[in-house]
Write a protein of this length. Structure first.
Lengths: 557, 334
């Protein structure tokens, strides 16, 4: 009988959830050299976040469904852009690149004598083919030409200075002799990928997939086998990690000491991505609610107690956010006003009150600020089950209440979350921004603050992810000017304008920088990135970086 | 004969209604799959502008219905269905839904099915016994199993994993088989079968622990009330052996209502057990269901619901027919 009610309840839950849902990324697994026989090749076991059943897909054009490891270990971009440092990009397939003065022509030289994993030569012709293939094609591209075996010239109709990380760092080069024969790249699952990376696919199943060293790779590959597992819950991932069954993963563990205590597991937590309260900011674009008044956003910004949020919602594993949306210390040179280095860490209800009173609000008899007899009343939502966001939202509502700003925190199913956020049908939402992957905050401004990256309420933005509907003439002009220059001083002057505006307008109210914990087995493998040597971010679910990490590891004999 | 014809007609209509509803449901939901997929692609590619080519391709694959009338779509839907084509999953694009369900179903039937049968048998045998010995210390089994049933399933599973898999290391933590030993997936070998059994043990055990109480309680109560029936008194008066009265007279009659419940429970086995499969990373149908719901994968959702609906109907149908045989009263009044 119990079984029936369980099944019925499950069906009901499923039905009720159907309205709005999105998959959340799962944790990432890792491998380990668990072989006791020294003759056996070391296998590193990874949980990068795949869930079961694993459906084989190594198509680099399936940005959403391609399996972890497709980007980097199998297919490589021209250069590796380390998101943790401001060093120059590391050559992979590429050797060097060169922008013309106007930024419209890029000349790339690749390494000579490269081979695909099937033994065929990798030449400039493949790179030129890739740049003009499928989703890599853009309206702005005029031509992609291989002028000799190792030189490619890309021509664009507009300056591409800010697109370097995308063109050179995240466009996976594919072999012409394979992809030119594929009719519909969207339908391709590419079960036996021919790539240029250090690994080729060995076996696949519904529970895991294993890579083995590519014999045609240009450098020695120290870890022979890498097995990626599918696991459905963080708890299982943590259990497998602490029992030594997986070697590498990236996921949130609230008490990391319980895992690292034995000394076999190392950890690294490089906070990068800002968690914010996104506001639907611009009434002229159709946003509704009190948060469209900039004074309300400013008051909220000082009314919340970020140190309390960090402690109670994130067990102090998060970093401090800043209103300039630069990643410190990486982007230090782009921070144009040192007062913007950190958002206020403690609550200041008095200051919030002053801001609101200056804007014509008065406290009513219930202790809430109101204007023209109408109380400020804001709705703040987060996806059900994202417990850190849920807790933070509840705390924010409490803290704002103390400053006289009424916020109602609620949770919604994942599907009911994404649709209103994309369409602008919301007031406040807990939200995560993706930090710029290079040591330059341009993409943050371009993606989230640029007027052309938004749309009026009811439509989803066509480019960018400016869901706040924010559009400020000064910022827009500065983003366009910054995109057209390679001169650091000019760019910095434009960033100064942007940072000054967005720190006042606050379309995104910074909360914290997300924890991003990586865990790895230091007993079976050495060579992991350390705080002193951040050659790559050791999160196995990133693209490209895991390939760099794998090539730097050494199995312990 | 009339009874059977009526039942068959009833089920044909029910199947038609269920399948049609399955067609309608996703169409009544907000957003079309193509728009959802484009949104996901845009986020996954970091807000990069999608080329018009990509958008066109996605509409061609997922939004093909756009220019046809709902009636034509409905006919096409039936046509595809009768060819066994349930469409392509969007969360696991471009995998066909039929393949995903086909891969998950055997695991679910194996683990959840076995657990359900074991739980039923233990519950019925135990219930008959407890009912027979009513008034003795055995009565404590009823609240004891009810207590087990009231433990939140999720918590129970986590505790069992923490003790038996992590602390003691006797049983595996996740999966349906050992992915380290069998990296290429399932194979026909004794070792693989042993591995699958080891992996199914703990999830099945949690299902049995959390479901046995219901069967036990139901059977025990039916047993007690059957034992006060006249025919049991008559059997006792005739001086039949107590074991014969217990097994052939009381238990047999007392089990009839539980059997009906069992057929439904068996049918719902195909729905898998969402929580079990999640906690143990077990590759079953329940997980496909929750993933399709979370990812707004309408085709997969439709496919899973269709399979569940049809199985439940089929089980009901079989039970109806069987009941007609077991209990003639149903036939004449039905």
């Amino acid at each position: 009988m119990k079984k029936i009610s369980l099944a019925l309840a499950a069906t009901a839950v499923a039905l009720s959830l159907t309205l709005a849902a999105c998959t959340s990324p799962a944790p990432a697994p890792s491998g380990s050299a668990a072989s006791s026989a020294p003759a056996m090749a070391a296998t590193l076991r990874v949980w990068a976040g795949s869930t079961t059943p694993i459906t084989v897909d190594f198509n680099p054009f399936h940005v959403d469904t391609a399996l972890y490891g497709t980007y980097g270990p199998i297919y490589e971009p021209l250069f590796f852009f380390n998101q943790l440092s401001s060093d120059a990009p590391v050559p992979m397939i590429g050797q060097s690149y060169n922008y013309s003065a106007d930024g419209k022509t890029i000349t790339i030289t690749i390494k000579p004598g490269l081979k695909w994993s099937d033994g065929q030569a990798l030449t400039a012709d493949d790179v030129a083919f890739t740049m003009g293939y499928g989703p890599n094609k853009t309206d702005k591209m005029i031509s992609a030409t291989a002028t000799d075996d190792t030189t490619i010239v890309l021509k664009y109709s507009s300056p591409q200075f800010t697109a370097a990380s995308q063109l050179l760092g995240s466009t996976m080069i594919v072999p012409r002799h394979v992809w030119s024969k594929i009719d519909n790249y969207m339908k391709e699952t590419n079960d036996n990928p021919v790539g240029s990376g250090a690994y080729v696919v060995k076996t696949t199943s519904d529970a895991s997939y294993t890579f083995t060293a590519n014999p045609n790779y240009r450098d020695p590959v120290p870890i022979t086998n890498v097995q990626f597992l599918g696991i459905d819950s963080n708890q299982s991932g943590q259990d497998l990690l602490s029992t030594g069954q997986i070697d590498w993963t990236g996921m949130f563990i609230a008490n990391p000491d319980s895992v690292t205590g034995t000394g076999a597991i190392g950890t690294m937590n490089q906070q990068q991505d800002p968690t914010v309260m996104v506001t639907c900011a611009d009434a002229s674009k159709g946003c509704k609610g009190d948060q469209t008044d900039v004074a309300v956003r400013q008051a909220l910004n000082v009314a919340i107690d970020r140190s309390q949020l960090a402690e109670k919602a994130w067990v102090n594993l998060v970093g401090k956010a800043n209103p300039a949306f630069v990643l410190l210390p990486r982007d230090q040179k782009w921070l144009t006003d040192s007062s913007l280095a950190e958002s206020p860490q403690t609550a200041n209800a008095a200051q919030a009150g002053q801001i609101l009173e200056a804007a014509g609000y008065t406290k009513d008899d219930k202790g809430f600020y109101a204007k023209n007899g109408k109380e400020i009343s804001l709705d703040l939502f987060s996806p059900d089950g994202w417990t850190d966001y849920n807790d933070a939202a509840k705390l924010i509502a409490e803290q704002a209440g103390k400053a006289g700003i009424k916020i109602t925190a609620r949770t919604v199913s994942e599907a009911e979350y994404w649709t209103p956020v994309t369409d602008g049908d919301f007031q406040l939402a807990m939200y995560g921004l993706t930090q710029s992957v290079v040591a330059d905050p341009f993409s943050n401004y371009d993606q989230y603050f640029f007027g052309k990256s938004t749309a009026k309420v009811g439509d989803a933005p066509v480019r960018g992810q400016n869901y706040s509907r924010y559009s400020n003439a000064v910022v827009n002009a500065a983003v366009e000017a910054a995109a057209a220059t390679d001169d650091e001083a000019t760019k910095k002057a434009e960033y100064a304008k942007i940072q000054a505006q967005i720190a006042i307008d606050l379309p995104y109210i910074p909360v914290v920088l997300n924890a991003s914990q990586a865990f790895f087995n230091t007993k079976n493998f050495t060579g992991w990135p350390t705080d002193a040597n951040l050659y790559a971010d050791p999160l196995p679910y990133l693209s490209v970086a895991p390939a760099i990490v794998l090539l730097n590891l050494k199995p312990v004999q | 004969m009339k009874f059977y014809l009526r039942r068959i007609a009833f089920y044909v209509i029910t199947v038609w209604a269920a399948v049609s509803l399955n067609f309608l449901l996703p169409r009544m939901m907000p957003g079309d799959p193509a728009a959802i997929m484009i949104g996901k692609l845009r986020r996954a590619s970091g807000g990069r502008e999608l080329s018009p080519q990509v958008i066109e391709d996605i509409y061609a694959l997922l939004g093909a219905d756009k220019n046809t009338s709902p009636w034509d779509q409905y006919l096409a839907y039936w046509g595809r269905l009768l060819h066994g084509d349930l469409g392509l999953s969007s969360t696991r694009y471009p995998y066909p839904v039929v393949e995903l369900i086909g891969n998950a179903l055997p695991w679910t039937l194996f683990m959840v099915g076995t657990a359900t049968v074991i739980s039923f048998i233990l519950g019925i045998v135990g219930g008959a016994w407890v009912g027979w010995r009513r008034g003795t210390w055995l009565d404590h089994l009823v609240p004891a199993t009810a207590l087990l049933q009231s433990i939140p399933y999720f918590w129970l599973a986590l505790v069992l994993v923490a003790v038996f898999s992590v602390q003691l290391g006797w049983l595996p933590i996740v999966g349906a088989y050992d992915p380290f030993e069998f990296p290429s997936g399932p194979e026909w070998s004794w070792d693989f079968f042993v591995s699958a059994l080891q992996h199914a043990f703990l999830p099945a055990l949690t299902i049995v622990i959390s479901s046995i109480g219901g069967w036990l309680l139901g059977m025990r109560n039916m047993m007690v009330s059957t034992m006060s029936e006249d025919f049991v008194v008559t059997a006792e008066a005739k001086g039949l052996r107590p074991s014969r009265i217990r097994d052939r007279y009381a238990a047999r009659n007392a089990a009839i209502p539980s059997l009906a419940g069992f057929s439904i429970a068996l049918a719902f086995v195909v729905a898998g057990s969402i929580v079990t499969e999640q906690v143990f990373s077990y590759p079953g149908i329940g997980k496909l269901m929750i993933q399709s719901v979370q990812g707004l994968d309408y085709t997969l959702m439709q496919g899973v619901f269709l399979v569940i609906t049809l199985t439940v109907l089929a089980a009901n149908f079989l039970m109806d027919l069987l009941y007609g045989v077991i209990d003639p009263r149903v036939r004449s009044h039905g």
